[in-house]
Write a protein that binds this ligand. Structure first.
Ligand SMILES: C=CC1=C(C)c2cc3[nH]c(cc4nc(cc5[nH]c(cc1n2)c(C)c5CCC(=O)O)C(CCC(=O)O)=C4C)c(C)c3C=C
Ligand SMILES: [Fe+2]
Length: 399
């Protein structure tokens, strides 16, 4: 190739690349085709009063990403959320982020690993942390309750699993769908954000049964349902967070080898529930009422006072737990499984989580089997109402 020819080719390439990145960020609208023409199934509608991925029934897979801001320019961040809104509406309805163009000399506009796949109930949930407000110089708009979580007894938080400015929770019934979504959202915003930490996770269940965690116990039984769920999770104050929620994320390592050496009675006393049925100790069925006062014939409390169930329930507070197990190889320091729970809870006020975690504190019988190593608190926007709305509009309109 002559020098002139190669210069021209490079100039054309750069022009195309500039056009593409400009249209990526400006949100140019293309007529989009579904990835599985005429057979789209399994989707949660993106538009609505609340973001999906909170009250939506939990899917089988998660890819959770925490990002740091790389720019302090509010206009750039606002545009990024507009682009993410457009991309998320497409991804959750089984489309790629944009249709492919015909120029093979530029990188493809979608990374392609979801081609031919249904959305598999993909939900995308976005939140922002206290440091988001600090970095953008808009602390007057930070809700009073949005502060870094306090240090709890026995916390061993690692910097590389904590903090961050923005979270994206991608849940789906297929791992590649969840990863593809986050990858493409990060890709389009690469000049504005950097990746801080992420965690994938899984849940397995048949026919809507409660999934079991890696300790073999049903996890999620006591979650609020129906109106109680609404009462638990949605912020109702008349500010930009109305119809949003607070997301707590904790990366909790579970010491499986120690647990596996504990006898069944010890395991059941740890949780205060039967392992097989999930019923409260002394009861038969999973959803039988929990009676913390109930005594056996010797006068001992049936659900031990230091059991996880007793300590959580006695606070009288509710949170919505939407956690996923993780298995991330072998811990190089201990030679044991690096496995545990990506604990995620939603609540209308972080105080709900804080009070329960303080109650579990030092005395939860489960503490000897777990270590909290990652943490984050994020305020999740209200839902995107329609095509004229975008993620965080109620907040950005006030700046
Ligand atoms: C501060 C909040 C909580 C943390 C952190 C937490 C960690 C954690 N939990 C389990 C397993 C189970 N938890 C269960 C019940 C339960 N847990 C919390 C809160 C936290 N758990 C609450 C509020 C409840 C419900 C209490 C109630 O009102 O009924 C159960 C029992 C079954 C169920 O209801 O889900 C299990 C099992 C693990 C393994 C874990 C950290 C690794
Ligand atoms: Fe729990």
């Amino acid at each position: 190739m002559s020098d002139q020819h190669s210069q021209n080719a490079r100039r054309d390439f750069l022009k195309q690349a500039t056009l593409i990145s400009a249209s990526l960020m400006a949100g140019t609208t293309y007529a989009l085709e579904p990835r599985v023409p005429s057979q789209i199934k399994n989707l949660y509608p993106f538009f609505g009063t609340h973001q999906q991925g909170i009250a939506s029934p939990a899917q089988k897979q998660i890819y959770f990403m925490v990002l740091d801001l790389h720019t302090h320019d509010i206009k750039e961040i606002k545009d990024m959320f507009k682009t993410w809104t457009e991309y998320s509406a497409n991804l959750t309805s089984g489309k790629n982020v944009k249709n492919y163009g015909s120029n093979a000399y530029v990188p493809t506009i979608d990374t392609g690993e979801a081609d031919g796949l249904n959305p598999h109930n993909l939900t995308l949930t976005f939140g922002i942390s206290p440091t988001f407000f600090e970095k953008l110089g808009i602390t007057k708009l930070k809700p009073k309750a949005l502060n870094t979580l306090p240090h709890f007894p026995r916390d061993q938080l690692k910097e590389h699993y904590s903090g961050g400015d923005i979270c994206i929770q991608a849940c789906a019934d297929d791992p590649q769908i969840a990863f593809h979504a986050v990858r493409n959202l990060v890709r389009v915003a690469r000049s504005k954000i950097t990746m801080r930490w992420s965690q994938s996770g899984f849940n397995s269940f048949e026919n809507g049964d409660t999934p079991r965690n890696l300790f073999g116990f049903k996890d999620g039984t006591g979650n609020p349902q129906g109106e109680a769920l609404n009462e638990t999770v949605w912020c109702s104050e008349n500010d930009w967070l109305k119809n949003g929620s607070y997301l707590v994320a904790r990366r909790i390592q579970m010491h499986l080898e120690t647990w596996d050496r504990t006898n069944l009675n010890g395991q059941e006393e740890t949780f205060g529930r039967h392992r097989d049925s999930g019923a409260p100790l002394g009861e038969k069925k999973e959803f039988d009422a929990v009676d913390l006062e109930k005594k056996d014939e010797k006068g001992n409390v049936v659900i031990p006072e230091i059991s996880h169930l007793h300590l959580a329930k006695k606070t009288g507070l509710k949170i919505l737990r939407r956690s996923f197990s993780y298995a991330s190889g072998v811990d190089p320091k201990t030679g044991q499984f690096d496995a545990g729970l990506l604990f995620i809870s939603f609540q209308k006020d972080p105080a709900q989580f804080i009070t329960i975690q303080n109650s579990l504190g030092n005395i939860d019988k489960m503490n000897e089997y777990i270590t909290h190593i990652g943490s984050g608190l994020f305020a999740c926007f209200a839902g995107v109402k329609d095509e004229n709305d975008y993620l965080g509009k109620a907040l950005f309109d006030q700046i």
